[in-house]
Structures are given as C-alpha cells and as structure tokens.
Design a protein around this ligand. Structure first.
Ligand code: 3HC
Length: 290
C-alpha cells in the first residue's frame, strides 16, 4: 500500500441480497464498519435480519469471538447510494448480474465515492473491464468475487480488469486476507473468471439432461454427492446460489438456457430465497434427496 492510500476502515456494500448481506457480515466480523445499501428499505431490512440470524448461529457454535449484537452494530443500513459510499474506503457492489445495471451503479459510485476508494464488484461472470469503463477511474476497479455463503466459503477471487493496477489488486488481496479468507488473483478478465468457468458445466450439463428427461434432479444430485463426494449436487447448489443467477450468467453471455432453469425463473421459483426452486423448502422437503 502506498503511504498516501488510506487503511480500509469503512466498507460500503451495495446490494443486500444473498451475497451482499453475506459479504457485509464477514466484513463486520473482521472489525470493519459496514454500510449496507439496497434500493428498497424492505430488502435492506431482510438482509440485516439475515446477518443477525447468521451471527446468532455462529455464536451458538462458538465460532464468533464477540457478542453477535456488537458485530451487528457495526453494520449501518441505508437506501441512499451517495450516503453509503461517500465515506467508504472500499465499495463492494453486489447487485443484479446484469451489465447495464452494474454500469449504472458504478457511474453513481464514481460520482460519490472518495477519490482514493477501492471500487470492487462481486460479479460472478461479467467483464470487470466493461464495468470499470462506466467510471473515470478504471485503475481503481477490481473484482472481489465471494462464494455463497460468504461466511462459510474460504476462497475469494481477486480479479483484474484491463486497467486495474497492481496496487489496486494488492489492496483487494490484503483486504480479503484480513477477513481470514484465501484470495487468489485472476489476472485475465475472462468470462466466469476461474471458479465459475470450472463450475459452469457442472451446473448446466445436468440441467440439460433433466430437461431432456434423461435423469431426475435427485439422481443428478445424488450422483455428485455420493459418487463424487461434493458437499452439494448441482441442483441443491443452484437453489442455494439462486437459479436466477445462473440464468442471468447464461443470458448475458448469449448462451442457451436449459428449459428446466428457464421454467423455474419464469415461475419465480428461484431457490431457497423464494422457498421453492428445484426443491420445495416450505414443505420441509428441502434437498434431502436420499
Ligand atoms: N451462517 C451461519 N450458519 C449457517 C449459514 C450461514 N450463512 N448457512 C448455514 N448455516 C448453518 C446451518 O443452519 C446449520 O445449522 P444447524 O446445524 O444448527 O442446523 C449449519 O450451518 C450446518 O449447515 P449444513 O449442515 O447445511 O452444512 P455444512 O456446514 O456442512 O455446509 C455449506 C454448508 C458450506 C453450504 C456446504 O454445503 C457447501 O460447501 N456447499 C457448497 C457451496 C458452494 O459450492 N458454494 C459456491 C457456490 S458458487 C457461487 O457462489 C458463485 C456465484 O458467483 C454464483
């Protein structure tokens, strides 16, 4: 870090959905002051409730060094983007996986965030270079790609856009280390970066098979868990991450969407967050496929 660059003290997280509230939580656990922002007060409140729930769970299991209320108290909430980022040393955008939406957010962030702030996107697959192009400071923009659920997943990708400087990437890398997580650099801004490029076929091949009636959801999940030893099968994982995320990753890339996935999104059955996806969670059926 250069002497004229601030230590990161305040982190603004834009988007209070599954990833946003998880990232806000891990930053608060690590001692950062966090501002969690979404466009709608009800979404921000839901996100904050999820943080409180998760902190209680961690505390019950002795995995939190502090009182959960003290950690939660470091998270402020707002719907005002300008107020959220105006004092931030690091902004992490965790909005919808659509390029135009992210570019709009970055344009607003560019206008309101301090000149020396680090500007990160948690995009799953979109070009960091194209997101950064919405700002006048693409050298300060990078990808910090967390995995769901952020509080449990160790790895975070630190991704360069074309203009990202080594200094920017290094500050991002050190921030991830300060969360107690394992950062890896991704120096080529390829679609899906490293992890989702590997994960893509694991998620989409079984969806094509199920759409063609060649396998059931339960069979595909059981195969990967019992035969391969994965913690979750592809459909359980789709329900955890949100079926809409995979859907947007494909449509934004101009790739075909397996019919089973399109049908779930059209019906608003997006996974755990809506109570139903490939499995029905409201019925207590969950993803217990054995
Ligand atoms: N906070 C606190 N506690 C949590 C929690 C959270 N966010 N989520 C679950 N828990 C709790 C559960 O409630 C449960 O509590 P209980 O024992 O009191 O019932 C406890 O943790 C144990 O949970 P589980 O038994 O469900 O499972 P594990 O702890 O063994 O593992 C898992 C859960 C880490 C999610 C594991 O199943 C896993 O690794 N799954 C794969 C996840 C993965 O691959 N993520 C990456 C997805 S791809 C992605 O994110 C990229 C993006 O770009 C799309």
């Amino acid at each position: 870090m250069r002497a004229d660059q601030p230590e990161i003290a305040t982190v603004a997280v834009l988007g209070a959905g599954t990833m946003g509230h998880g990232i806000a939580e891990v930053a608060a656990i690590a001692g950062y002051d966090v501002v969690l922002r979404d466009i709608d007060a009800a979404i921000v409140e839901d996100g904050y409730d999820e943080i409180e729930w998760s902190l209680e769970k961690l505390a019950e299991k002795g995995r939190l060094d502090e009182d959960p209320d003290d950690v939660a108290a470091r998270v402020a909430t707002t719907t005002d983007l300008e107020a959220a980022v105006s004092d931030a040393d690091l902004v992490i955008e965790a909005g919808p996986e659509q390029l135009s939406v992210k570019q709009d957010i970055f344009e607003s962030v560019d206008a309101a965030a301090p000149a020396d702030a680090l500007l990160a996107t948690n995009s799953s697959s979109l070009s960091i270079t194209e997101i950064a192009a919405a700002t006048e400071r693409p050298e300060s923009v990078l990808g910090l790609h967390f995995f769901n659920p952020p509080v449990k997943m160790d790895l975070v990708e630190v991704i360069y856009g074309k203009a990202t400087t080594d200094e920017t990437a290094q500050r991002g890398y050190e921030f991830i280390e300060s969360l107690g997580k394992t950062p890896i650099y991704v120096r080529k801004d390829v679609r899906g970066f490293v992890v989702n490029s590997v994960l893509g076929p694991f998620m989409s091949e079984p969806a094509w098979m199920v759409s063609a009636g060649e396998a059931t959801i339960r069979q595909a999940d059981a195969a990967m868990v019992h035969e391969r030893g994965y913690p979750m099968g592809p459909f359980e994982l789709g329900d955890l991450t949100g079926i809409d995320i995979g859907y947007h990753v494909r449509t934004e890339a101009g790739r075909p969407v397996p019919p089973i996935m399109a049908e779930k999104v059209e019906n608003g059955n997006l996974g755990r967050k809506t109570g139903e996806g490939y499995y029905d969670y409201d019925d207590g059926d969950g993803s217990d496929y054995v």
